[in-house]
Design a binder for this molecule. Structure first.
Ligand SMILES: *Cc1c(COP(=O)(O)O)cnc(C)c1O
Length: 449
């Protein structure tokens, strides 16, 4: 985003404009002729620019931070702000317990630590996810087992999870990627049938709902991220959600050096491993302030996403990510869709993305193929993994990691828009669709670029 290049005053006044537009739904001045010359060839932009900045804040956040500053209690030990946040967050999500931690990765790491996951254990994860989902498994010297993607939804293919289960499987850890729920009915049925706990990586899915119930409360526990790009942001932070009181206590203990809550000296926990992953009072109060905006922002994103989908589904070769039938609300951290170059005169995805950027529409091809990345395949040569699992198992692990559907999705088709774009007006959505239609009309010329 451009905000770092702007003088501070300009940045703040731009935000104020974005904020006003959000409340009043002020339309931008329409200039979205989709029959003109593509911007990349020198024509006018389909979108004038100026999507919402991120984060959005005002005096509420300023007061939240200075209140903690002046209180002199900056950490959660001895304070009460993080614990207030935890109560509010649990209430908002309709779960019994929430624990604030230092990041989304810390939330997952704490859950795995509280389950005492270790060498020889397998954890099932989707291949289409942010690398943190994989990293927390490997940090515990457990084996991450990839499941291929349902390319229509971009989510873990729930019909392939059972085949990935072995006697070593200790957790099933789906991700609600893009903020849209994975197929929770199917995943919960597998967890119940096998007795293997389900952990929701809900790091992108604040307030998303499955059949009217918020995600993060379906399995044993859920993990949320409050990292700067996420829909709820305190720079770096995370939370665990659970309905299991004992598990909540074990998580607290793990994230607090093996020490219990306010009453006990040493918690039960795993008893033998723990660390410090505490959230600070500054972050807790910032989150409470940002939460006053969260529901309205979620509603705005969902409305704009639904409208955008109604426009894009009429464009041949553009396929918005399917939401499963149980989805009553997506958090739309990402707006994901597939692109088929065959309907664009063979125009490559890379050139399509460049042309779209030139129209004033930010976009990305999204995640690469995680299972083929050197950082990941290198695990098969890691000396500790070779010691724990042996060469044969690690070779077989590489073979088990094939995900042909995901290869197709990442390699050719996937495109993302970002959550901030969905905070705009209907006119913004009209202009995004107009940009794509303009590129399609001129695809033959653009394919020669
Ligand atoms: C952001 C994210 C994480 C990690 O969260 P951090 O707060 O950045 O540590 C984990 N999983 C997914 C799917 C994420 O998007």
């Amino acid at each position: 985003m451009t905000k770092n290049n702007l003088p501070r005053r300009t940045f703040i006044s731009n935000m104020a404009i974005a904020g006003a537009g959000m409340v009043l739904g002020l339309p931008h001045i329409a200039n979205a002729a989709d029959n003109g010359k593509p911007a990349i060839l020198g024509g006018p932009k389909a979108h004038p620019g100026g999507f919402s900045g991120w984060p959005l804040f005002d005096k509420t956040e300023e007061k939240a931070v200075t209140d903690v500053l002046k209180s002199g209690t900056w950490g959660r030990l001895g304070g009460n702000v993080v614990s207030s946040f935890e109560k509010e967050y649990a209430k908002m999500l309709g779960v019994k317990h929430s624990l604030g931690v230092s990041s989304g990765t810390s939330a997952l790491y704490t859950i795995l630590g509280a389950k005492d996951i270790g060498p020889g254990d397998e954890v099932i994860i989707p291949v289409y996810t942010f690398i943190a989902t994989y990293n927390v498994v490997v940090l515990n010297y457990a084996l991450p087992v990839f499941v291929d993607t349902d390319i229509e939804s971009f989510q873990i293919d729930a019909s392939k999870v059972e085949a990935a289960i072995t006697p070593q499987t200790r957790l099933i850890m789906p991700v609600h990627i893009g903020g849209s729920p994975a197929n929770l009915d199917k995943l919960m049925a597998i967890a119940q049938k096998t007795g293997i706990p389900l952990i929701e990586d809900a790091c992108q899915a604040h307030l998303a709902e499955w059949k009217g119930k918020k995600v993060g409360g379906f399995g044993l526990a859920g993990a949320f991220s409050f990292q700067a790009s996420k829909n709820l942001n305190c720079a770096e932070g995370g939370a665990i959600t659970t309905n299991d009181g004992d598990f909540a206590q074990t998580c607290y203990t793990f994230h607090n050096q093996g020490q219990g809550g306010h009453t006990t000296s040493y918690g039960t926990g795993t008893g033998t491993r723990a660390t410090n992953l505490r959230l600070t009072e500054f972050q807790g109060n910032l989150l409470l302030a940002q939460m006053t905006r969260l529901q309205a922002q979620a509603k705005r994103r969902a409305e704009n996403a639904a409208y955008l989908t109604s426009l894009l589904k009429d464009i041949k070769g553009i396929y918005p990510a399917k939401l499963y039938e149980g989805t009553t609300l997506s958090a739309f951290h990402l707006y994901m869709f597939r692109y088929d170059r065959n309907h664009f005169d063979g125009l490559s995805r890379a050139t399509f993305l460049k042309a779209l950027e030139a129209e004033g529409v930010p976009c990305s091809e999204g995640y690469g193929m995680m299972n083929r990345n050197e950082y990941v395949t290198g695990l098969a040569k890691n000396k500790h993994y070779l010691k724990i699992y042996g060469e044969k198992t690690m070779r077989q692990w590489l073979e088990r990691s094939q995900c042909p559907q995901n290869d197709k999705l990442c390699g050719e088709q996937a495109i993302w828009f970002f959550q901030t774009m969905l905070l705009g007006s209907r006119t913004d959505m009209d202009q995004i669709a107009a940009a794509i239609r303009k590129i399609q009309k001129n695809a033959k010329a653009l394919a020669k670029l």
